[in-house]
Design a binder for this molecule. Structure first.
Ligand code: ATP
Length: 255
């Protein structure tokens, strides 16, 4: 029997009053792949993420992590099962340094781990791990700086660092380059690429910029009016009439 996918949604649906924001979306995400989720404004991409991470309760359908149903779990319990969503900076401790913030994420991961002994890791071990994560995102020179004093680009790197520190199975990024300058973008994109290359992480990326999607994604899923309208290898999906029409706003050609 094939192993269960890292993440699966089955018939996932949410209604707001009469409006169906995510409509019966069934999708499997396997380890070691990066899937871009695209679609026009209001297509339901962020709402789909909220349903997966548990910020929003589904009206119908299921979310499964490695085959286990997590639909009724709170966001924190889903995080413990391996669902990692990039932190918003509002979740950071503003008066602590970048290093201390990452150290707390490393510590919470250690406490969530199966090994009782890991709880007794010395503070030194936790700091060394946090330093390694900061190096990985190239923020080691900013280790003693509080988040609020970091540049916008470095703040986004810190968000990625916190996610890496949590060692999730599934990494979820919602427009990671939003608001970034052209100079700041490559580093964060490299970090996401690096996450995909290492180990067997599963990466989900909501992204508007098609050049970013082209450069990173193994697969593209297209949502339109809450419905999954295309799913497949990037070149094929981008070229498909349904995407040309629904996403790019172009007339579908007959030929
Ligand atoms: N809490 C809510 N209550 C009511 N309607 C909502 C709520 N959250 C989202 N919606 C509606 O659901 C639809 C999908 O919104 P969503 O933000 O998921 O789209 P999106 O694809 O992420 O768009 P964008 O690319 O602009 O971020 C929109 O029509 C939005 O107004």
């Amino acid at each position: 029997m094939l192993p269960a996918p890292a993440l699966e949604t089955r018939g996932l649906t949410v209604r707001f009053g009469g409006h169906v924001a995510v409509n019966d979306v069934s999708c499997r995400f396997t380890s070691g792949t990066l899937t871009a989720i695209v679609g026009p404004n209001g297509a339901g991409k962020t709402t789909y993420f909220n349903l997966i991470s548990g910020q929003l309760r589904a009206s119908a359908g299921q979310v499964l992590v490695e085959g286990a149903d997590v639909t009724n779990l709170a966001p924190s319990a889903r995080a413990k099962r391996g669902l990692g969503r990039a932190f918003q900076l509002t979740n950071l401790f503003p008066h602590l340094t970048a290093l201390e913030n990452v150290r707390l994420a490393v510590q919470s991961r250690a406490e969530a781990g199966w090994s009782f002994l890991s709880i007794w890791n010395s503070r030194r071990d936790l700091i060394e791990k946090a330093e390694a994560v900061l190096e990985r995102v190239r923020l080691e020179d900013q280790r003693n700086v509080p988040p609020s004093a970091l540049s916008h680009g470095d703040q986004r790197k810190l968000e990625v660092a916190l996610l890496i520190a949590m060692e999730p199975k599934v990494f979820m990024f919602d427009e990671p380059t939003a608001g970034m300058s052209v100079d700041e973008m490559p580093t964060v994109l490299e970090l996401i690429h690096d996450i995909k290359q290492r180990g067997d992480a599963t990466v989900l990326l909501v992204e508007h910029k098609m050049d970013v999607v082209r450069s990173l994604a193994d697969r593209i899923v297209v949502l339109h009016n809450g419905t999954l309208v295309a799913d497949g290898e990037p070149a094929t999906v981008i070229a498909s009439p349904v995407v040309q029409e629904a996403y790019l706003g172009l007339e579908a050609s007959d030929g």
